[in-house]
Each structure stands twice: as structure tokens, then as C-alpha cells.
Design a protein around this ligand. Sequence first.
Ligand SMILES: *Cc1c(COP(=O)(O)O)cnc(C)c1O
Length: 308
Amino acid sequence: MMPPGLSERVDLTKASILKLQVYGLNIDVLRLDRIHPVISGNKWFKLKYYLQEAKRLGRPGLASFGGAYSNHLLATACACMQEGLKCVAIVRGEEPRSYSPTLRALQEYNIQLRFVSREAYRNKTELKETYSKEFGDYYWVNEGGQGEEGVNGAGEILRLLPSQAEYSYLICASGTGTMAAGIAKAMLPPQKLISVPVLKIMDRGQNELRDYIKRYAEEKSVEFWYDAHEGGYAKKTDRLVRFMAGFYDRYQIPTDFVYTGKLFMALMEKAEQGYFENDSKILAIHSGGLQGNDSLSIQEKSMLGWFR
Ligand SMILES: *Cc1c(COP(=O)(O)O)cnc(C)c1O
């Protein structure tokens, strides 16, 4: 059997814009989830220039890091296979007895998979040294594609819009903040960016994510909605899964529980609370990641309309 997504090429023409009318607001949803089943959403944009660089430099492939459910590792592996590059995936944590759907897919791609303890995982410099000795001169990509190439690629998301200037707000979910940084860099003043962190962040005044994104933006042009994490990274609540089910039933937009479910739940709540000025035009970036839902329980999946 062909591993998931390998036979299909990324198709940017599938990135449709869905227009919603919500509480008197115009919300356009940019469906990046539709461009590819695995290299979905922002991942293709973030990887684009790393793939080009690796080829230009004649490297054997890309090497990168991520957790056992990492959309980034999966997208990297699939993109490498398609581009004729090799791939090394360094996975956080000991090798589990039973593989997550993401790990199974990585295994099917037949790439080099290495598990490292959580402690060893923290020291990326050492990991790069160790595995460069084993595999050779791979091109290393930071976790989540973080870095200048990733930011520049992510900024190109906005080129898909017929008229970028019509939006007063651009909103997206954030993990490493690479996508948000790219959007911040490419947006046009007086546009505002709202980053919705999907991890629990303690110090709201000063934290890594905020500092990273703010490097690319004018002082007052970025806001952060810190209360959308539902318990933390990859944590979920019944409320979230019920929201995802209702959102699909209403708008036929599937979401994932790690990123876009939290993004849209926060957006709908803020819209209802009157957060936005009346004539605001909002662009919500659906950054993909739907394969992450494979790890939901059977009961949870049965609640989601598109799994039925
Ligand atoms: C990886 C991912 C993100 C996070 O992107 P960052 O650039 O790390 O902030 C957001 N949404 C989805 C669906 C993702 O897979």
C-alpha cells in the first residue's frame, strides 16, 4: 500500500476562501487544509525554502525534530519523499510500544526514525552532532520549521488572497509562532494580527512566542489570545470536541483539536462578545493539521461529522 499522501502533489488552487457571516461580521476562512492531505496547511509554506536550500547545497536530505504526533515531522517526511530527498526524524521521548498514527505513517515512509529521551531532546546542538555523525551532511530544520526560511515561506500564504488589503484582522493558531511571524512580516499596515497560542503560556507580558513574533511586527499590530489552549498543548476538553462538531455541522469546515479547533472556538466566542468593531473584515487562516484527529477516541470521532 502507498503511504498516505505520497501520490498527491500539493495544489494551491484548492486553497479556497469560505465567506462566513457571524454576529454581523465578515469572516473569511482561508482553507489551507485543502492543499494536501499530509503536507497540509502552513507546513508546505514553512518547508518550501528549506527544501530548496537542501537541494541547492546538494545535501542528501532534511533532518528535523518533533513529538510523536508532530504534523511538522509528517509533512517534512512526505515532502522529502516527493522531492527525492532523504529524511531523518528525531522524535521526542522513548520509542513507544504502540505507535501513534503519526509514527506509523512516518514508518511507512521508510525514513530514518530516531527516538531520544526527553532530556536528550532538549540539547539540539548535541543531537545534531550525534546524528550528523551517523547520517552525514543532512540539512537541519528546527522544530516546527522555525527560522528565517520558515518565516519567509509562511509570509507567502498571504499571496493566495485576491486582495490582502481588504482585511482589518488576520488571525491564526500558533505553536512555534513561525507562521504568525511570517504573516506579521508580510501584512500591510494598519492590519492587525491575532495569534492564538495553543500552548499554555504563563508570563503573558514576556514570553518566547510573543518576543519571536513581535520581532517581525510593529508594536501595536499584534495581539495574543492566551486563553484558548483548553489545558495546554494537544490537550482537549469535551467543550472543544463539541465545538468542532457543531462548527462542522454549521459551516462544513472540519478542524483539528490541537490547532484550528482552538482557533475557531476562540474566534467565535470573541465575535459573539463584540470584540471586533462592526465593519471589521477578518481573515482566519485554517492551517490544516486534520490528520491529528486520527488520535481521537472512537467516541470523539463519532461526534465529528466528517468522520461519520
Ligand atoms: C504546525 C501547525 C501550526 C503551528 O504553526 P507555527 O508556525 O508552529 O506556529 C498551526 N496549525 C496547524 C494545523 C499546524 O499543523
